[in-house]
Design a binder for this molecule. Structure first.
Ligand SMILES: Cc1cc2nc3c(=O)[nH]c(=O)nc-3n(C[C@H](O)[C@H](O)[C@H](O)COP(=O)(O)OP(=O)(O)OC[C@H]3O[C@@H](n4cnc5c(N)ncnc54)[C@H](O)[C@@H]3O)c2cc1C
Length: 347
């Protein structure tokens, strides 16, 4: 395994920020990860996937490890379910497309999320009403301090809305080497129940009806998501971006009622893990109200179709982006007394 020294991370983060890593390793097996950690024991370690949820504001003065562990293996299956162990270095999007092609359901709404499987398990991804935790069965990790391999259950990983222990107390300590997903074999009954669930996502239903007939197949649903995401979200081939920069804020019903008086048709969604006194509201809408949609400051801005997506011309520095997002936070705080929390990890 090659260890790159003093190397640019521009191709390893989707903001395309040109920071340097003192050392960069792309190990392809657990043994190779152990070797590199032992050799560089004194260096500060950063675990990186595809860098699609990271903002680098400075060089990494230590070792960056990108676990490049590949493979999709069947662990067990019965008539209804299949358990697949997927390497942390696999592309999440390619895994979704592979599953849909094979008629395995449960992740089709999460197509086009541009991370690695390891990063997606860490970040607790979700889209169009589906979340990774509903299909996650086990997580295999390597403890960077002890080099012990452990198997974790999702219930032990502190998962909540866009939260996990991997994003907080275990950050850069527990390296995800692979994860086991329990997917549903695509049966006729599933198609019918899917039909009911698809109805809950009005915008997707419209997209589906434009080219498919009920009962929808998972292939149809994935295609609808692809079409909609292509219209709504910035492409990482055209922009520097990490997708939605902030998580949607959770506010009290009282706060929601107050905001509804000044923001017409403010939407709300249930806040998983909270009592019914709390509700989730769209951060993008708050920003849009304050004129942030499509705003530009030098090399940084927000996407013209989505105020929550911070975008760059791929030449912005991490500091420029950081300054810009601080202004966004201040504007929402000053106007609505809400603290927007970054979904993106800032280093
Ligand atoms: C255009 C665009 C659209 C997006 N859409 C969505 C969306 O719809 N829904 C959504 O939830 N997210 C979305 N994202 C965010 C992002 O793609 C996901 O969070 C993604 O899964 C992150 O994976 P990654 O490999 O890029 O992680 P990275 O950005 O490389 O890392 C993220 C964090 O995970 C840690 N990490 C990475 N790999 C491992 C590992 N193997 N073990 C332990 N820790 C690890 C890193 O240390 C870091 O803290 C979008 C991003 C973009 C750019």
């Amino acid at each position: 395994m090659d260890i790159h020294q003093n190397t640019s991370l521009k191709e390893h983060n989707t903001f395309r920020v040109d920071v340097k890593a003192k050392y960069l390793a792309l190990p392809e097996s657990i043994e190779e990860i152990k070797e590199v950690v032992e050799e560089y024991r004194d260096e500060k370690i950063l675990i990186l996937g595809k860098g699609s949820n990271i903002l680098f504001t400075k060089d990494w003065n230590g070792l960056v490890i990108i676990p490049n562990i590949k493979g999709i293996n069947i662990i067990k299956e019965d008539t209804k379910h299949i358990y697949l162990e997927v390497g942390a270095g696999e592309s999440w999007d390619e895994f979704v497309r592979w599953a849909v092609k094979n008629n395995y359901a449960g992740i089709e709404n999460m197509v086009m999320i541009p991370g690695s499987v390891g990063g997606s398990v860490s970040q607790n991804i979700g889209a169009y009403g589906q979340g990774i935790t509903s299909v996650l069965s086990k997580i295999n990790i390597l403890d960077i301090d002890t080099l012990e391999e452990k198997i974790l259950k999702p219930k032990d990983c502190g998962y909540g809305y866009r939260k996990s222990n991997f994003k907080s107390i275990w950050m850069n300590k527990y390296l995800i080497t692979s994860a086991v997903f329990k997917l549903t074999k695509h049966t006729k009954e599933f198609e019918l129940s899917y039909h009911e669930r698809a109805g809950r996502y009005g915008s997707l239903k419209e997209e589906l009806d434009a080219f498919a007939k009920e009962p929808y197949s998972i292939q149809d649903v994935m295609e609808a998501v692809v079409r909609q995401r292509s219209k709504r979200l910035p492409s990482i081939d055209e922009y520097g971006t990490a997708g939605s920069f902030f998580a949607n804020p959770i506010v009290s019903m009282e706060k929601f009622n107050d905001l509804s008086k000044i923001i017409s048709d403010l939407q709300s969604y249930p806040a998983e893990g909270y009592t019914s006194e709390y509700i989730k509201i769209p951060a993008g809408r708050l920003l849009e109200e304050l004129g942030w949609k499509g705003k530009r400051v030098g090399d940084v801005g927000t996407f013209e179709r989505h105020a929550l997506c911070v975008v760059t011309n791929m030449n912005a520095s991490g500091e420029d982006i950081y300054k810009f997002i601080k202004e966004m936070q201040k504007s929402v705080k000053d106007n609505y007394e809400i603290d927007l929390q970054p979904e993106v990890n800032i280093f």
